[in-house]
Design a protein around this ligand. Structure first.
Ligand code: AMP
Length: 189
């Protein structure tokens, strides 16, 4: 990957074409906001669902978008063909690693098991001290509330320690991401 990733953020989001269109619109809006904040968007490289909308929103605002796609998804022609850069990696695991290690912060929009897996891995790696950046959950339409309740339960049952709750931040809408990101990055050790 290139060296211009100082302001890169990874966005995890849905491939679904069948979810409420509001999620796609939220992703498109977030892409535009990040681009106007001069952030490079790193994401899964797809052209479908919220992923495609995110990339389109950032590109339309003149932003840089870097996709990281496993070879089999590129072979299925699911890649976005207008990205600033598209990196093709061997498998899903290599992709997750590449997306996380090349970014300053994690943003999770609503999504399915792929998004949830990426988000929970980032939380786990941060708990273990392997990843240090902010993790921001965008709780659009209260989508993440059940997961947040589950995490609170994990803390209440002492599977996780209380400070674990400081590992992630929750914002209600895509519009809240840029200020939350700036504040979180400012308070980084
Ligand atoms: P999901 O939330 O289950 O739709 O999964 C989305 C996440 O998994 C994205 O952040 C991608 O990294 C990956 N992913 C799943 N399906 C695709 C796809 N069709 N094209 C590209 N990436 C995908």
């Amino acid at each position: 990957m290139d060296t211009q990733l100082a302001r890169a953020v990874v966005v995890y989001c849905a491939s679904s074409e069948r979810c409420d269109f509001a999620y796609h619109e939220g992703a498109r809006r977030l892409g535009g906001l990040l681009a106007r904040d001069n952030r490079t968007v790193v994401y899964g490289g797809g052209r479908v669902g919220s992923m495609g909308a995110l990339a389109d929103g950032a590109l339309a605002a003149g932003g840089r978008v870097i996709g990281v796609l496993p070879r089999f998804l590129k072979d299925l022609e699911l890649a976005h063909d207008g990205l600033t850069e598209l990196h093709v990696v061997e498998d899903m695991r290599a992709r997750k690693h590449a997306m996380l290690t090349r970014s300053q912060a994690v943003i999770a929009l609503p999504g399915g098991s792929g998004t949830l897996e990426e988000l929970l891995e980032a939380i786990t790696l941060k708990r273990l001290g392997v990843y240090a950046g902010p993790i921001i959950l965008v709780n659009m339409r209260n989508y993440y509330s059940p997961l947040l309740a589950m995490l609170a339960n994990a803390i209440a049952e002492r599977f996780m320690q209380e400070p674990s709750a400081n590992i992630w931040q929750v914002v209600p809408t895509p519009d809240d991401v840029v200020p939350a990101l700036a504040a979180a990055l400012r308070s980084q050790p």
